[in-house]
Design a protein around this ligand. Structure first.
Ligand code: CS2
Ligand code: MG
Length: 402
């Protein structure tokens, strides 16, 4: 089966998504997610101008060969743009392979190793009352795990807090909005946040929290120690992820589980964190870490060191990535948890998917391939809408990690 055509569609059903479509001479089509929040057009160009011409005439079933051809053949390796583009090709080829075999992708990956995929949702609030309502709403939906984020007294426009009941989208402005941050206020506040949640909802539900890259290593050690009485499922991205050896210092001070990896795009980004057991969950995603092919290598390495998966699943990863993630999550032995932030209603018009949520567990469905159909006519109704992620500044104006 030969690749005959490939093209990229940028659409914005509530937020921007970049979708790769690959067609073959047997009439089977595959789709991949090439979305990189705030840098969508960079990936679109990398695919359109440098990758897609190389795919025409190649055998669609040779997924591994194509992966290495695109990775090693570029000379300039790794990075979020390159690896998101390679990921989109990889996922589209797995979609084609599943459709050609008449099987869901998870069957090609070794079959189901569990009945369903435990997911966590996002609860947030501008105060504890609002947070409590959102948390309770997630419990009512059947979630067994909930991430909690709250506004920090004295710090305006911090991460993860939408208007009450609104869908959270951080890339919200045509030029970067400036958020604010102060670690001292946060470190004093975080234990109170967890105290509220545990007093209100008890210890029968997993509670997660995203620090979002903002602390120094010793601050992260202090945070982890202060939260130990409240038993977090994990604290996520406590410090900038690229400084892997910093996690040795954090580990010296706390047993609170740590999750890192949504900004990583290759196994080499997390090799030290995994092999030195500096983290407990690796959050690399199908769409930003080289696709299904490379993500399985990362999870296989992690399994050797007792590190479990906890893949990124924010709304800026399209339903194609959510579906592909569920196929992988269903089959790996060291599955931990899967983020599921959900998508806007308009997104469901464009990406018609077959995955399901039942009592806190998700399943990709049994349709051949990924189980997602991309509606190009619906997509055309939502033209690209340039958006940037925020830039963060401390209260004295210093640029800080967002
Ligand atoms: C966040 C993401 O869901 C998470 O864990 O870190 O929502 C992140 O802020 C966005 O994906 C950035 O585009
Ligand atoms: Mg995160």
């Amino acid at each position: 089966m030969l690749i005959t055509a490939a093209r990229v569609v940028v659409t914005s059903p509530g937020r921007n998504y970049v979708t790769l479509i690959i067609d073959t001479d047997e009439g089977i089509r595959g789709i991949g997610d090439a979305t990189l929040n705030g840098r969508e057009l960079a990936v679109e160009s990398y695919l359109r101008d440098h990758i897609l011409p190389l795919l025409i005439g190649r055998e669609a079933n040779r997924i591994e060969d194509i992966w290495h051809y695109l990775y090693k053949g570029a000379y300039w390796r790794r990075g979020p743009v390159t690896m998101t583009a390679i990921a989109a090709v990889d996922v589209a080829l797995w979609d084609i392979k599943g459709k050609a075999a008449g099987m869901p992708v998870y069957e090609l990956l070794g079959g189901a190793a569990r009945n369903g995929v435990m997911v966590y949702g996002h609860a947030s609030g501008s105060d504890f009352a609002e947070l409590g309502d959102d948390f309770r709403a997630h419990l009512d939906l059947g979630y067994k795990a909930v991430r909690v984020q709250s506004a920090i007294p004295g710090v305006d426009k911090t991460y993860g807090i939408p208007a009450a009941g609104a869908y959270y989208e951080p890339a919200s402005s045509a030029l970067p909005q400036e958020d604010s941050w102060e670690s001292t206020s946060y470190l004093d506040f975080a234990p109170r946040l967890f105290e509220f949640v545990r007093e209100e909802f008890g210890f029968g539900v997993h509670v997660l929290h995203d620090v979002h890259h903002r602390l120094t290593p010793i601050e992260a050690g202090r945070l982890g120690k202060s939260l130990e009485p409240y038993r977090p499922f994990w604290i996520e991205d406590p410090t900038p992820a690229e400084d892997q050896s910093a996690f040795r210092l954090i580990r010296q001070h706390t047993t609170t589980p740590i999750a890192v990896g949504e900004v990583f795009n290759s196994i080499w980004d997390c090799q030290q964190l995994i092999t030195e057991r500096l983290i407990d969950y690796i959050r690399t995603s199908v769409s930003h870490a080289g696709g299904i092919t490379h993500l399985r290598r990362i999870f296989a390495l992690a399994e050797l060191y007792g590190v479990r998966s906890g893949s990124h699943g924010a709304g800026d990863l399209s339903p194609i990535t959510m579906a592909a993630a569920l196929h992988v999550d269903l089959t790996i032995p060291n599955f931990g948890i899967q983020e599921f932030m959900g998508h806007t209603p308009q997104t469901a018009e464009v990406f018609r998917h077959g995955y399901t949520f039942t009592d806190g567990l998700m399943h990709p469905g049994s349709a051949p391939g990924l189980g997602v159909e991309f509606d190009e006519d619906a997509a055309a109704a939502f033209p690209y809408n340039p958006k940037y992620l925020p830039v963060n500044r401390r209260l004295d104006g210093t640029v800080h990690d967002w």
